[in-house]
Unconditional design. Structure first.
Length: 334
């Protein structure tokens, strides 16, 4: 059963252009030059009940605009959308009782209240009875391990504690679909892993459909089995995470600081991206050479510091976008 159906969605914004030499002129004030921005351009996809779906892309790709149309905040200029069989443009209030949202950079909790008081407040908004809301708070507090700070004002919580409370606040009315926008932004690695584990547990036990946007490859790789990538308002990839891993996540960035400047041997699968004195930045294609084998080609005795990271998600998206253009007969240089 599909809980999200989006067909040929379009959304265009008209924005004012900045023109040189017109600052302060009457013409600029009364006759501003504008241009149309196609934020969402013929986007179609669906999501099944209980699915954990990543919807990602660079800044300005159309992710937030799409989410706002799915939740009824914005109306599409064209196309159709249904969430849980409800048209958000016609029955936004009814839909709000069935969905939840968590924005990593935007607080929904009242900071001067405790998490407990916030949860009671949200329970009242969703018309949940006293006994039932108390039972839900106890259950979610145990699941997300909130007991130690349940009665501490939100303003005194750490970022990781606040995010956990934000998720609980969005689950208090038992939504069937949860929209997560950058839920782990700004968190340290340990807290990120805790949040991811809780999201997976929530999906497994409550069968909540998760619609995730994130710039963190770790979020996407560890939570989602399917990924949709958008760029310039269009979908450029809708495939399994397994396919993406095999074709695009096999490259790692290796940054090394040596005790002294050293020439590294040329090895297939290892590309030197930058070298300045004793600092070297490499790209390792793990589909060609395993990381442990790549490290054997570096004299560890001369290494002062080493860092291994993923290729930035934006780079992966642009690589996919160029590949899709070439497949469609376009010119990758455009």
């Amino acid at each position: 059963m599909n809980v999200i159906e989006a067909e040929h969605l379009y959304k265009t914004f008209r924005v004012r252009q900045k023109e040189k030499g017109m600052k302060g002129s009457l013409k600029a004030v009364f006759h501003p030059q504008t241009e149309e921005i196609h934020a969402v351009n013929n986007v179609s996809f669906s999501a099944q009940e209980g699915e954990m779906l990543a919807f990602i892309g660079p800044n300005g790709a159309g992710k937030s605009t799409t989410i706002k149309m799915l939740t009824g905040i914005l109306y599409p200029d064209g196309g159709n959308v249904e969430v849980l069989g409800i048209d958000p443009t016609k029955k936004r209030k009814a839909l709000s009782y069935q969905i939840g949202t968590v924005f990593g950079q935007k607080e929904q909790l009242w900071t001067h209240l405790t998490p407990y008081d916030n949860f009671r407040f949200f329970g009242a908004i969703y018309d949940i009875g006293t006994n039932e809301i108390e039972a839900r708070i106890r259950m979610l507090s145990d699941t997300f391990d909130l007991g130690a700070f349940l009665n501490t004002p939100v303003r005194n919580l750490s970022l990781g504690q606040r995010i956990r409370c934000e998720i609980v606040a969005s689950l208090i009315h038992r939504p069937k679909v949860l929209f997560l926008d950058e839920p782990t932004i700004g968190l340290d690695p340990v807290v990120k892993e805790n949040i991811r584990s809780l999201i997976k547990q929530m999906n497994r036990e409550m069968h909540t459909t998760i619609f995730l946007t994130s710039h963190d490859i770790g979020d996407i790789e560890k939570l989602c089995k399917r990924i949709i990538i958008v760029n310039s308002g269009r979908i450029v990839l809708d495939d399994s995470m397994e396919h993406l891993k095999y074709h695009y996540l096999n490259k790692k960035i290796l940054e090394i600081k040596l005790r002294e400047e050293t020439a590294l041997p040329q090895v297939k699968g290892i590309t030197i991206l930058k070298q300045k004195g004793s600092h070297i930045k490499l790209e390792v294609d793990t589909a060609v050479i395993e990381m442990k084998e790549a490290l054997r080609n570096i004299d560890i005795e001369h290494v002062e510091d080493i860092n291994i990271s993923n290729v930035p998600l934006e780079n992966i998206i642009m690589e996919i976008y160029r590949a899709e253009n070439v497949t469609a007969g376009g010119n990758a240089s455009k």
